[in-house]
Design a protein around this ligand. Structure first.
Ligand SMILES: C[S@@+](CC[C@H](N)C(=O)[O-])C[C@H]1O[C@@H](n2cnc3c(N)ncnc32)[C@H](O)[C@@H]1O
Length: 187
């Protein structure tokens, strides 16, 4: 295990990583956010991108939901006015209609203790209002990744939620929506 504020997961690490996979309009989060709200109806509450990075997907949300939109990241890399700089471990609770849970990454589950991604899922499901939705990566296919799925499912089991596939199939050059799930708050 690595401590929560180590050199490994410092700002430079996330700049490098975000510039390699989250830097243009073909990013998975952008593609999802352009379409998924045509398939689900949101209750009242904030529309949140946990792990905003350069805020491209956040901007797509903002163009649809305006001031209901909130981005959260340890660093506001894109200087988006709707993004607040916050460590997930210090994020206050507020009512959410939708959370895209994308703090750190699925691949990093188990590499830090406490784990930002697991803390982010717990925050998401705790703060969803009844009828609210969360998108996150849940599915893993290797033995190692299935252990990560198990940890995420243990968190989901603590909340009154249902889990299903995304409402449509999406794919990009190196990603597919089969990895991700739509979670909804039953009550
Ligand atoms: C996979 S990227 C998010 C990509 C983004 N959702 C997009 O659409 O482009 C993960 C983000 O989590 C942030 N992050 C990592 N650890 C964090 C923590 N403890 N608290 C808050 N944000 C964190 C990183 O700064 C990084 O921008």
């Amino acid at each position: 295990m690595i401590g929560r504020r180590t050199m490994t997961f410092n700002k430079e690490f996330w700049i490098q990583r975000n510039q390699s996979i989250n830097v243009d309009w073909t990013a998975k989060t952008v593609v999802y956010c352009r379409d998924v709200f045509n398939h689900i109806e949101l209750p009242k509450g904030k529309v949140v991108m946990l792990g905003a990075a350069y805020s491209l997907a956040l901007e797509v949300m903002y163009s649809r939901f305006g001031d209901r939109t909130v981005g959260v990241d340890r660093w506001n890399f894109g200087n988006h006015p709707q993004c607040i700089e916050r460590d997930i471990f210090d994020l206050e609770d507020f009512d959410c209609a939708f959370v895209y849970c994308d703090i750190a990454s699925f691949g990093h589950i188990g590499q830090q203790d406490p784990c930002p991604r697991l803390t982010a899922l717990d925050w998401s499901l705790r703060n969803l209002v009844k009828g609210g939705y969360c998108i996150t990566r849940l599915n893993g296919y290797t033995d190692e990744d299935r252990k990560k799925t198990k940890l995420l499912l243990e968190i989901a089991a603590k909340h009154n939620v249902g889990i299903t596939a995304l409402p449509a199939e999406y794919s990009g050059s190196d990603w597919h929506s089969r990895d991700d799930v739509l979670i909804w708050k039953i009550g």
